[in-house]
Design a protein around this ligand. Structure first.
Ligand SMILES: [Zn+2]
Ligand SMILES: [Zn+2]
Length: 223
């Protein structure tokens, strides 16, 4: 469903926006003269910071959380969790993304380079691969590692409200939302709607429009 939405709706709009950016030299990165490699790195850094901010907004705003909670509803975290998003969130983020990448003047080739790294890392840090904690610790000095993102999918709300970064871990460290935990004892999912029935496709689609839609707050946890 999300692939169809991304391809037909977001893809079409994105291509149109990227063509306009290139033709009219719109946005911040088109106003400065820097070499390709430096521009690609700067574009990736700016975009990664935006993804952090957008994720945090999705988590802290009641309206956006209605949709984003579907990503957190998975009680067994694995690679498929990386694909579990409500189409409403895909739609909202596609629209917000177009505005931001146009303002930043990110060219299509920079976005493709970033997306290759982004998709690989997002699939990897949602997977249930077991890597030793000492290797994970080294990895998360730079990138969002599996153990780092597992904390974000914890049932404990104060852990859910941390580790928002997607590729570079620096944003959480910079903005004070970095948190470590013993990943062996993390229970994945939300405090509510943990039954098999609540995990059906129909229920997940309905979830933004039904009860218990407040975003998680500090102190909500039962632990
Ligand atoms: Zn989240
Ligand atoms: Zn996630």
């Amino acid at each position: 469903m999300n692939t169809a939405l991304l391809t037909l709706f977001a893809g079409t709009l994105n291509v149109w926006a990227f063509l306009l950016i290139a033709e009219y030299q719109i946005g911040f990165l088109n106003w400065i003269e820097i070499p390709f490699v430096a521009a690609a790195l700067l574009a990736s850094l700016l975009w990664d910071a935006w993804i952090y901010a957008w994720h945090r907004l999705n988590q802290r705003t009641p309206f956006f959380w209605r949709f984003h909670q579907v990503h957190h509803s998975d009680v067994q975290m694995d690679l498929s969790t990386a694909l579990r998003f409500h189409p409403g969130e895909i739609l909202l983020s596609s629209l917000a993304n177009i505005v931001v990448f146009t303002a930043l003047g990110i060219a299509l080739e920079y976005m493709i380079l970033y997306k290759v790294v982004f998709n690989l890392n997002v699939l990897f840090h949602h997977s249930n691969v077991a890597i030793p904690e000492k290797w994970d610790r080294i990895l998360r000095l730079f990138l969002v590692s599996p153990n780092m993102h597992r904390v974000h999918h914890s049932r404990r709300m104060r852990e859910t409200n941390s580790n928002y970064s997607s590729v570079l871990s620096v944003w959480d460290r910079l903005f004070g939302t970095y948190r470590e935990s013993e990943t062996d004892r993390i229970v994945f999912g939300l405090e509510y709607d943990r039954t098999v029935e609540a995990q059906s496709l129909v229920q997940l689609m309905k979830r933004p429009f039904i009860r218990r839609n407040d975003p998680p707050r500090e102190g909500d946890s039962t632990d």
